[in-house]
Design a protein around this ligand. Structure first.
Ligand code: PEP
Ligand code: MN
Length: 347
């Protein structure tokens, strides 16, 4: 941390800053330049110190030089984290595809979709049973009945299941059925939920908040990691911008950026990232080209009848086209689509 003093600061201001740094159990290294006086803070700084020092007279700004996300960052963990779930390896260099309906609507709809995404080469089945919806008047999911349908689809296809948890009160039942717990964009900064996710022994996929910076996102992951759960997957699902032709702006640049900053696997979600079915395959291709460890894609047997997110859902046929493209791009960059779990092959 470096304290930059104002050019008109007084000697006693500098003294006071040095004293405050000492009081905090650290030492200050003073450097007087022609135009600026700066003080380097030496020792184990704590996050609150920045704000404290910024209030002192004569201080212009306090600049952080080390990153605040210690556990999710690469600084102390240079190797990629690889997460194994139900026979699928996430983050090992290959591309893992999670696909399925936005919401579990019925057994038939979910099983039909599960069979189709398996046939097209997906490794993980997605489906929402507890749905975070903008309006309370829209379909909010089948709840526990939906979880049971997902379990049935897993039983038949052998694909592990990812599903969203919205509230701690559903934790036990979601843990019973899910292989990966999804924390949705709207809950990215639900800090009590994040703390709880740190105590479970299942992988958690943390979606980027609607308006979250990359640093806020990594600090949210830090909550989970710091409670002891090291199996965290990040998912870029688009952010809110001024553009209205798309539902969100898929921040493709965040994928290689986060992979540079963090060792955690990063998944791209072009369905929520664009909101338009015809943009899903191009942005899936872009995410793979940008180095994503996987994709999350919404698929529905009849998007025109979907109870949620129909406009961004692919038909099984279009999902097949997306898989071909994703495979070609993965191979062009020396990677591949992950193998399906052994349990899927035997069913
Ligand atoms: C979803 O995956 O269906 C979902 C609600 O996603 P998000 O939290 O990214 O909006
Ligand atoms: Mn959705």
């Amino acid at each position: 941390m470096i304290v930059v003093m104002r050019s008109d600061c007084k000697d006693q201001d500098v003294e006071a800053v040095l004293q405050r740094i000492q009081e905090a159990g650290l030492s200050g290294h003073l450097s007087r330049g022609e135009e600026r006086t700066v003080i380097g803070v030496v020792g184990q700084v704590f996050p609150e110190l920045r704000g404290m020092l910024e209030t002192l007279p004569g201080v212009d700004e306090v600049v952080r030089i080390s990153r605040p996300f210690k556990l999710s960052g690469r600084e102390f963990h240079p190797d990629d984290t690889v997460i194994e779930v139900g026979g699928v390896r996430i983050g090992d260099g290959n591309v893992v595809v999670m696909a399925g309906p936005c919401s579990v609507e019925s057994e038939e709809q979910t099983l039909t979709t599960a069979r189709a995404v398996k046939a097209a080469g997906a490794q993980i089945l997605r489906g929402g049973a507890f749905k975070p919806r903008t309006s309370p008047y829209t379909f909010r999911g089948l709840g526990v009945e939906g979880l049971k349908i997902l379990a049935k689809a897993r039983e038949e296809t052998g694909l592990p299941v990812i599903t969203e948890l919205m509230s701690i009160q559903d934790l036990e039942v979601v843990l019973e059925y899910a292989d990966i717990i999804q924390l949705g964009a709207r809950n990215m900064q639900n800090f009590t939920l994040l703390d709880e996710m740190g105590k479970v022994n299942k992988p958690v996929m943390l979606k980027r908040g609607l308006s979250a910076t990359v640093e806020e996102w990594l600090l949210a992951a830090e909550y989970i990691l710091s409670q002891g759960n090291h199996n965290v997957i990040l998912c870029e699902r688009g952010i809110r911008t001024y553009e209205t032709y798309t539902r969100n702006t898929m921040d493709v640049s965040a994928i290689p950026l986060v992979k540079r900053l963090s060792h955690l696997p990063v998944i791209g979600d072009p369905s929520h990232g664009t909101g338009k079915w015809y943009l899903v395959a191009p942005l899936a291709a872009a995410a793979v080209a940008a180095g994503a460890d996987g994709l999350m894609v919404e698929v529905h047997p009849n998007p025109d009848h979907a109870l949620s997110d129909g406009a961004q859902s692919l038909t099984p046929e279009n999902f097949g086209v997306l898989m071909q493209r994703a495979r070609a791009i993965a191979e062009a960059t020396g990677r591949g689509i992950s193998p399906q779990p052994a349990a899927a092959a035997s069913r």
